[in-house]
Design a protein around this ligand. Structure first.
Ligand code: G3P
Length: 214
């Protein structure tokens, strides 16, 4: 399973890219706003750090506007993937952008039917928001499981990016389901590598090594 970082924080991306496990990055308008910096500047820097798909989102809500924005944003770097909300205008935009060779990531996906339509329109990636489904009392991972099954049934080319990941268990469940990608906040990636027994074990190994005659 590929792991993307779900952040626009360049320092975190640089640090974690060094771990050798980051295959791509996803951003959204909220994450960009948190950085207090210009959109193009941030996206450009991210592209220079991670050599993989970098999702940047359009803010227009009509197909024409989305397409125009997508054409501009994709000029920033060859690895840019355009995040498009899964609304009817978004479907139109995805179809046109696909024909132009611009990759898209259908975002704000909360159901298998939305994912099916995004696959049919030609989205390269589908992003179900598991945490937000859970927040509403639903089962986010169940929706992911349906989408993965649907893609397998019909051999669609789209890949599933499990998004709105809130904790490490979401990542384990994504891997068990066979989702292609999980996009994780930096804090979740930190928790994934951490285990108390690893820390205790390492401490003991180092202490015991001191007892070895030198
Ligand atoms: O990138 C979109 C998604 O991951 C947002 O997550 O935590 O705001 O629901 P969250």
């Amino acid at each position: 399973m590929k792991i993307f970082l779900d952040t626009a924080n360049v320092e975190k991306i640089r640090e974690m890219a060094g771990w050798g496990v980051v295959d791509g990055v996803t951003t959204n308008p909220t994450l960009i706003a948190m950085e207090g910096r210009k959109f193009e500047e941030v996206v450009q820097e991210i592209c220079a750090i991670v050599d993989g798909p970098i999702s940047a989102e359009v803010i227009s809500t009509d197909a024409e506007g989305m397409i125009a924005e997508a054409r501009e944003i994709s000029k920033i770097h060859k690895n840019i993937v355009i995040k498009v909300p899964i609304i009817p205008e978004g479907l139109k935009a995805i179809k046109v952008l696909k024909a132009e060779g611009i990759r898209t990531n259908a975002t704000l996906v909360f159901s298998c039917n939305q994912a099916l339509l995004a696959c049919k329109a030609g989205a390269s990636y589908i992003s179900p928001f598991v945490g937000r489904i859970d927040d509403q009392g639903g089962d986010g991972m169940e929706v992911v499981s349906e989408i993965v099954q649907m893609i397998e049934n019909y051999d669609f080319e789209s890949e599933v990016i499990v998004a709105s990941v809130r904790h490490p268990v979401h990542v384990v469940e994504s891997a068990m389901i066979g989702a292609h990608i999980a996009t994780v906040p930096a804090g979740v990636l930190e928790k994934m590598v951490k285990h108390t027994l690893t820390d205790v074990g390492l401490k003991r190994f180092l202490e015991d090594w001191e007892k070895v005659p030198k």
